[in-house]
Write a protein that binds this ligand. Sequence first.
Ligand code: SF4
Ligand code: SF4
Length: 386
Amino acid sequence: MESFFTFPDRALKYDCPSCGSFCCKGKGLALEASKEVVRFARLEPRMAALVYPADHRFAHILDVSDGCWMLQPDGLCAVETGHGYAAKPHTCRLFPFNRIFQVGEVRVVDFNSKICPLQDASEARDGQSWESLQKQIDGEGPSFFGRGSVPLPEGAREQDWARQERWVRDSIDAHLGEPDYAAFAALQEEGSLALLRGGALPEPHAPAVLERAAYLRQVLQSWRIHHGVEGDPRLETAARLAARQASLLTCSWRLYLLLSSEAAPYPGVVRMLPRHLLAAAHLIELSHLARKIAPGLRAATETFQGAAPLIGLLAVFPQRARLKTPLELGVALEVQPALVALSRLLLEGGRTLAEAAEQSLSPFPVHLRSMALTALAFGNAELLVE
Ligand code: SF4
Ligand code: SF4
């Protein structure tokens, strides 16, 4: 079976000595439930009582917040040093490229950028190669499929999802030097339209793509104005860094959304994905401007996953929006006037979300504007979007 890697060849790397064994501390350890778990318990029978079943396929070991039982003080794995690499649990052998699952006829090989501080190796191209990872996977034998089989969203097979996602993956390199994420988001939007029409997938930077990118840049600018960073002299650099990180993670992020259990039918999800990714890139540029330590790919993924409701709201910024019922004010007292003002305009309807946010929130300072919109995103209000 052919593997579909969700990252460009050699574009991501990791450095265990500098990381402090992050993946071996407090992240749990899932062991295959039939054989692997017994092998592991045999290595340390005094702790075997703390192995418990997670489901029929996996077992967990308890008590790993301060480090896995097998983590040595020097940061090395005692299973590997004492018994050899092959004796390590499956998940540890392949980590962080261990998000492996079968989707239809395709074996998806993804990575864990939420735990592992992966690094951008796209310039030096000295990162994880597809070839060596494929050899490792082949060495695991046919029984190993990580997360097993994952169902496709409705309509994905008919629309040749794997071709589309490969095309997105193969377009990453062309977008690593962009000033922002707009051109890559535009390419993806044009691509999903081509898919729905049954036409050819566009080339990066084709005229129609650039025209769409110009529009998406206006949307991006409206978010920047809302968050008060449009005039920041460091914005250009932050935007470039954020766009590069979002581009590198694009294929992985798309599959994360496409294959989530709540995914809507494929044609709908694939259409909304590019603006979600553009919004994520915007939040990452805010992070580059705000944080005292430059955020890496792990922080980018945490933002993408953790801020999903806000990303979803920003994605519909240019659309007309109306609230069905007033917003609940379960926020800090100081934020409430801004939320009331936003709620009032959204209850009236007849405006885009961007217009409602600008008209209601512009009298407030940036931090209250930002918190009010985020409260709307994370609250349980019913927002109707046209
Ligand atoms: S989190 Fe990544 S870099 Fe850190 S020890 Fe684990 S595999 Fe190595
Ligand atoms: S078995 Fe080894 S590699 Fe796996 S979590 Fe424990 S110490 Fe880390």
